[in-house]
Design a protein around this ligand. Sequence first.
Ligand SMILES: Cc1ncc(C[n+]2csc(CCOP(=O)(O)OP(=O)(O)O)c2C)c(N)n1
Ligand SMILES: CC(=O)[C@@H](O)[C@H](O)COP(=O)(O)O
Ligand SMILES: [Mg+2]
Length: 600
Amino acid sequence: MSHEELKSLAEEIRQRIVEVVLKNGGHLASNLGTVELTLALYRVFDPREDAVIWDTGHQTYTHKILTGRDEQFHTIRTFGGLSGFVTRRESPLDWFGTGHAGTSIAAALGFEKAFEFLKEKRHVVVVIGDGALTSGMALEALNQLKNLNSKIKIILNDNGMSISQNVGGLAYHLSRLRTNPIYLKGKKALKKVLEKTEIGFELEEEMRYLRDGLKGLIQGTNFFEALGLKYFGPFDGHDVELLERVLKRVKEYDYPSVVHVVTRKGRGFKAAEEDPTTYHSASPVGKPKRLSYSELLGYTLSKIAESDEKIVAITAAMADGTGLSIFQKNHPERFFDLGITEQSCVTFGAALGLQGMKPVVAIYSTFLQRAFDQIVHDVALQNAPVLFAIDRSGVVGEDGPTHHGLFDINYLLPIPNMKIVSPSSPQEFVNVLYTVLANLDGPVAVRYPKESFEADLNSLFENMREIDLGWKVVREGKDAAVIVTGTLLKEVLRIPLDVTVINALTVKPLDTHVLREVAQNHRLIFTVEEAMKIGGFGSYVAQKLWEMGWKGRVVNIGVNDHFVTHGSRKELLEMLGLDSKGLSKTMLTYIKVRSEEGKA
Ligand SMILES: Cc1ncc(C[n+]2csc(CCOP(=O)(O)OP(=O)(O)O)c2C)c(N)n1
Ligand SMILES: CC(=O)[C@@H](O)[C@H](O)COP(=O)(O)O
Ligand SMILES: [Mg+2]
């Protein structure tokens, strides 16, 4: 394929991505940045033979289009359609499934060792973004490459951005490499040579020139070389021909190598180039804008922090997603973005809390999984006052199984000192934050879903007050009792059955007073939660009921023991039987059984 043909193929792919993502939603900016890089990569490495490991996996739409999924591409992120991430369920050319950042280099090392044991001759290539590179996992694995005699090739896709501006010392180092005049001069020089000669271009010499030039200019250490890796670049990541030549040469190297390529997030789509943060994870066009729980967190914390200067907020590279960018605008000196470092965020929060501050660590439920040990060892064991704002708790929708927040109740429940609260409505959410921050004396997790709603902020703040975090009986009925935690309360209240409904605001501790009363008046109790059933809220309630010596039947409703696919949140709740229709059906079945048993 000629250079011109490649260029027009890139353009065609780019247009297709824009068209589909504007309709389905998705990671537009990141994908527009990797079109040429992917084309060059697959002209040099064969993903059927060589293990190509994508970090995070949100930038792989061109990879999908080029690896046999062009026809289904229009279904991406829809229920039953292609995943928005890399998954082995979808293609053998998706070598290593991902959705969380930072796993690629450790996985690549594992593949490389396996190929050595199996005596298979394959190259192992990583594509990792500058944001993902700052995560602990990536840095830990980078540190092992030399030690393990690795030869993996790492393509560092540097666009200067995580979801928002990339932060930290490494980001600064990369920006210095990117913006140095030798690179800019070298880029022009390379271009000239390429224009003049089709063959015989000694790229290695050019690369050496760049490398040595950079070394001198940077005065001191290149981070990658200090770790014993060969560093090449930076190169223009939108120049397919140049990248192809670079990769061909690097492929032959017997060293672990980093090829630093510079790309532009949102490339070719003006709105995304100008605002890559908004277009990082774009909503479908035409979706009405409502207030989300994340934004409500940002507004509420900003408001409370006006009169409480102890409050500080911490994010792991998700300032916008968690709504903390709102807090950042209002209280910039009390906002911390530590990059993709969930573990560090939790430990940083623990220490702040132990010194009398009121840290709010806002992390998506799925990413907080990374920091389990820090929650146990640094926070709970020392009873450090930390408010965990656990966003995207429950099913998130289109991002699918790597991103659903279905395990938080289950991993937090057994931790001593930990309190867990699941508000059922925006007003309750505001009041819970207010109450918890006014009384913060140990770890408290507040979990809320990826949901939006019509809301009047003024009215929410007018009604903001300290509340009792105990359970409330919100409806009386005779056929059964339903104890529900979180925003599924609204689904339960739509059920056309004669049941008592209890809003279980706290998952831990259980409100044993209300539970005892409910147990006295009912022989059938349902628990409802948007979380895994095994080891969840329902099991905890059941355990308490047995300990009380209750003799009735308890039925736990939640997510069964399997991973949940992608689709809209509505479709998934329906599929899981967690919407009012599904809940009603399950409950009716047991109510009938119970009444038959009563007759017998
Ligand atoms: C462990 C973890 N934390 C946070 C995220 C959310 N996240 C997804 S992509 C991203 C930014 C990644 O930046 P980079 O690797 O530079 O990729 P780019 O989008 O810039 O191409 C973040 C923070 C994640 N996927 N995994
Ligand atoms: C790839 C990734 O992990 C994030 O970009 C995530 O997809 C964002 O999710 P939200 O759109 O729910 O913020
Ligand atoms: Mg980036």
